[in-house]
Design a protein around this ligand. Structure first.
Ligand code: ADP
Ligand code: MG
Length: 246
């Protein structure tokens, strides 16, 4: 039986009177690639921000390897967050810094990384994402796909066991999307990183995910193995996303 790396239980988030998440419970097992899919505005990005504790849930729990995030001390919480790399929608790169400086950024706060160690680690990360030759470039000089690769390298800097990606391909053309998905699969297989992909694109889920959770209006509509959920969808929203409205 695979080991559970992350679980949410009845996760709720409201902003004032707006209930964005209304009790989302999902499980993610180690080394899977899972996706959270749903229409625009259904609460996907909010869900991802809650997982990383950038947003405090109003109620419900997030369990990391069986431990409730809310119960962690400050130091434990920082360690837990280092274990979850985040790739935000729109990349969030520092535009005045080079590719190498962007990737090095999370290492500034790490113990044991002197100048030489940072340089070595940055070279390693740029090789993983195939950008060895762009270390000195600035984000404005890069294509969308390349910027996304820098964001992925930066998210992997602290050797997280989990990578959370918010709409990693929604701004990319089909060919670049394909190579991005190949990269994520590679990272999953070679580095053993568990990946959670937030997307509204069915093709992304079908291409690389083993499991899918479908969210609609802040609620979990259904979840399971991709072949089961897409093969015989039970919820109206899944049928809608599949274009199989009956
Ligand atoms: P998705 O990523 O699925 O498109 P979001 O999680 O971004 O959905 O947003 C869900 C809803 O929550 C939207 O109505 C959005 O306006 C609202 N929302 C998200 N963040 C905030 C916030 N910080 N304050 C108020 N409302 C927010
Ligand atoms: Mg979003």
């Amino acid at each position: 039986m695979a080991e559970e790396i992350l679980r949410t239980e009845g996760l709720c988030k409201r902003f004032g009177s707006l209930e964005v998440l209304r009790g989302v419970s999902i499980s993610v097992f180690r080394q899977e690639i899972v996706s959270v899919i749903g229409p625009s505005g259904s609460g996907k990005s909010t869900f991802l921000r809650c997982l990383n504790w950038l947003e405090r849930p109003t109620s419900g729990q997030i369990m990391l390897a069986g431990q409730d995030i809310a119960s962690l001390s400050g130091a434990q919480l920082r360690a837990a967050r280092r274990g979850m790399g985040v790739v935000f929608q729109g990349y969030n790169l520092l535009m005045q810094k080079t590719v190498a400086e962007n990737v090095a950024f999370p290492l500034r706060l790490e113990k044991g990384y002197d100048r030489a160690a940072v340089q070595a680690r940055v070279a390693e990360l740029l090789a993983i994402v195939g950008l060895e030759d762009r270390a000195g470039a600035y984000p404005a000089q890069l294509s969308g796909g390349q910027k996304q690769r820098v964001a992925i390298a930066r998210a992997l800097a602290t050797q997280p066991e989990m990578l959370l990606c918010d709409e990693p391909t929604s701004a990319l053309d089909p060919l670049t999307t394909k190579s991005m998905l190949a990269l994520l699969t590679d990272i999953n297989k070679k580095l053993g990183v568990t990946i959670i992909i937030i997307t509204h694109e069915l093709s992304v889920v079908q291409a690389i995910c083993s499991h899918v959770a479908v969210i609609s209006e802040g609620r979990l509509a259904e979840s399971g193995a991709v072949a089961d959920v897409f093969g015989s969808p039970r919820s109206a929203v899944t049928k809608l996303l599949l274009g199989r409205e009956e």
